[in-house]
Design a protein around this ligand. Sequence first.
Ligand code: COA
Length: 569
Amino acid sequence: MRILFISHAFNSLTQRLFVELREAGHEVTIEFDINAAVSLEAVELFQPDLIIAPFLKRAIAAAIWTQHTCLIVHPGIRGDRGPSALDWAILNQESQWGVTVLQANAEMDGGDIWASVEFDMPNTSKAGLYHNEVTQAATEAVLLAVTRFESGHFKPEPLDYSSRTVSGQLRPLMRQSERSIHWQQDGTQTVLRKIRCADGFPGVADYLSHRELFLYDGHPEKTLRGEPGELIARCGTAVCRATTDGAVWIGHLRDKAAKHPFKLPASSILGAEFETLPEIPADANSGYRDIWYEQEAEVGYLHFPFYNGAMGTQQCQRLRREYIKACGRDTKIIVLMGGPDYWSNGMHLNLIEASESAADASWENINAINDLALEIINTDNQLTIAALQGNAGAGGVFLARAADRVWARKGILMNPHYKDMGNLYGSEYWTYLLERYAGKENAARITRARLPMGTTEACTLRLIDNAFNHNPTSFVTELKQKARSLTMDSDFPAILQQKLKQRLTDEALKPLQQYREEELARMRLNFYGFDPSYHVARYNFVYKVAKSRTPLTIAAHRRTMRQTIKNRQ
Ligand code: COA
């Protein structure tokens, strides 16, 4: 079928549906919901069989839904309506939640139901929920709805609040007054719920350091206690605040009145006050841990759940030190775990934006990631596995491919390209790694296409070696079983030998240092050259400047139009 997406952005859910529907054999094109006229033009140009709205911030124009079937993906159970579905689900401690695909009509979220899929609610942030459970359920529900639509004889179910299967309700936009933390009354779990139901957006507004700040990245503290509401400690870049029955760590803050009004580590926002707090180290019982190592039998697991998958210079340097330590242990395999939501999204663009010299900060950041990638590529004593529990983007993809094996949770997404960030050339030894695994022609095609890739395609192109298990918890269990049995494989010594031999052969053909120098020469131009595209694109990304048109890489209907105009000229 010809399917047109009308979406606010090409966010991770939209990307996943794009990948899945194309894999199912459909022709999919995308138009950003810029205004009704532009969407109507897209409909005229493409003449779709079906329109899907994976992520919208406002209603579809009546001129569209009256003429075409439009399916809306709503992140709520049957009957749930309103713009803060996930916020309410987290705040109200729902044990089950879901995604419903409904037909657009005059009533927002009130149309006939084409499919609905439920899941058990995890204890996580809104962004974590959206990236994992919601995305998976939405994929299942949309595929089901599309099959039903294609069959031609499915009758969608009208929304009927008297039905036993409809338990949701219309809820309003959640306001800051409903989110606000009462430090003198709220226990740790309540505070965490309030932070998490607003994380990633909009953040819960609170008073810290005599100003209004938005809180993100909340985690429980197991041992420290203090006067409710007091800042009691710091650890790494996070700050600890006491609740009535414990304390919470807050990793990130946003000060919308500041010079840099976007999310930054708490240390950057609190400044001098942060330094006055007692510093505590992080371990399994206390502190804010963004890097840790655990070992089971002969397998070492290195976790690095950096917020939003962004890897700042210091995080890369600390991770490299921990990685080197892990290599010094008596293990056969090191598994690089990333975090549950993201494996890595490359350089930390917010920190770069907030630095005094964005060019210098970018240069330092890319070199720090490169140093880490180099360490991984050159690991002699262990086999290395990158375990992608969550998505990877840009440099994060190639950092993963620096490992000997890439194992991914089924359904995660990769964005193995940099060019969308103002024509950034990219480094992380990608010119070595992409060609080595995907081959020259595919490497050129992937770089040109700038498209997200699902695990099936990534396996075919050898960007991933194995993909299994959609479920986040079961993925980790199965991963551990697989890693352990690999250590016991009688071929293990031969596998290790083969990797060393391959590395020596590759190095003789072209040294890693040469790849690095060539990539960095291009990056130097991106950072310090006359063309400011990268700096402009990074600014737009960090400040979330809305796109004024849909990129041609994803708007296939507009590519065709452009070609027709060219042919006429
Ligand atoms: N640095 C800082 N923040 C980043 C980031 C990065 N490299 N990559 C993602 N984020 C943040 C986003 O700003 C967003 O923040 P929010 O919580 O305030 O909304 C959050 O992570 C989620 O990102 P989003 O773009 O909404 O996620 P997605 O899953 O829809 O898209 C990517 C994933 C990777 C396609 C997209 O985030 C991206 O292009 N990131 C930049 C990659 C890059 O160019 N890195 C530098 C070169 S190595």
